[in-house]
Design a protein around this ligand. Sequence first.
Ligand code: B12
Ligand code: SF4
Length: 336
Amino acid sequence: MRILLSSPIKPYPSFKDGRDNLHFNYANTTYGQDIFSIPTRMHSHGLHLIAQNIRPPVTVLENPTERIFTREIQSGYDIVGITFVLPFFSKVLEMARIVRAHSPRTRIVLGGPGVQCFSHATGKEADLLAMADDVCRGDGIAFMRRMLGEDADAPIRQDLPLGAVIPLRFKFLQQESITLISALGCTNSCEFCAASAFFGHRRTQIATPRELYETILRYLRKYQINSARILDDNFLVDKSYVREFGELIRNDSLCQQRGFTYSTFANFTAISQYDVVDLVRWGISGILIGIESKFVESLPSYVRRKLQGTNAIRTIQNLLDNGIFVEGSLIEQKPN
Ligand code: B12
Ligand code: SF4
């Protein structure tokens, strides 16, 4: 059994001045800030996670060109899985056509947040859906394990490739870090939130606190790194999880010796459960918060309730005063 997992073929739709948006900080969050626009290196975490947690050997292609993808398809695969986000829809359509042209019997499996386009499949969406043998909505590890007759609930190993930030755009200054997944999805169900809807408004735990901690130790022993990013839509929501994990990190001698810290994601309600000093003790160096709007009072209740009982400005100030950096995201919307 040969399995190929791929992200969309390049070139990608460009963002602003023609640069592709794989350089997230560079093209998005620090866009237009001259030498302070910081390129990052990130990977297709979903594909690696699936590849590492099913039995057959898997080839993972990240951001291939059409030529490389076609050559790989011609070498003969039983299953080709493609991940995508919505803006890359047309690339996936092209890829499905390539698979059908060069290897008609290959099973095409589509996954990742882009499959949300099939909820109203007309026109080109219907064309792509017709070429796909399977569509995975939500977690792909359990989905692929079931498809291959494996145990969907077996423990999940994560050995994701290192990510990096590249200050001042000098490669020799690049700082590598670990990427880890603690859980997928969020139960808050904010109406505009693609991630919450995609995972069925549920939270699927990928690693227990101890598993997450042991994965970090494995990386620290292997690489000279001292930071991580924990991908989780609302990491701080589960206080007992965070406390158990935080205490393991805090009391570990290697973490202490390296000065290990991590950044993550959380909303204001989740953050308000903690004394910020504890968050610092437990190794948190940064939090990305969905602030959503400066004019929250005028927004619908599903946005307002994210801030209930909290004071956004005071919370951010408190985090900053304690040395935790904050990335805020706003939703921009015209009044009507
Ligand atoms: C990290 C991240 C990035 C990174 C890395 C992206 C990458 N190439 O992997 C960076 C910062 C570069 C990035 C950029 C962008 N991103 Co982004 N990103 C995320 C984030 C925060 C986490 C994704 C992640 O790695 N999760 C962990 C992995 C394990 O989960 P996963 O990818 O969902 O994979 C699981 C399942 O989806 C499924 N699965 C995934 N692929 C496949 C394939 C198969 C075959 C199968 C069976 C299953 C399967 O199984 C996996 C394991 O359970 C999500 C938000 C979120 N919470 O999901 C947004 C998100 C995915 N991004 C989004 C968008 C729109 C973008 C940009 C287009 C933004 C822009 N305008 O520039 C760009 C596109 C860049 C690019 N070229 O891909 C949207 C997608 C919306 C949608 N419905 O399509 C999300 C959901 C954020 C949001 N709510 O708007 N992003
Ligand atoms: S709290 Fe954040 S991650 Fe959770 S549903 Fe709302 S916007 Fe999505």
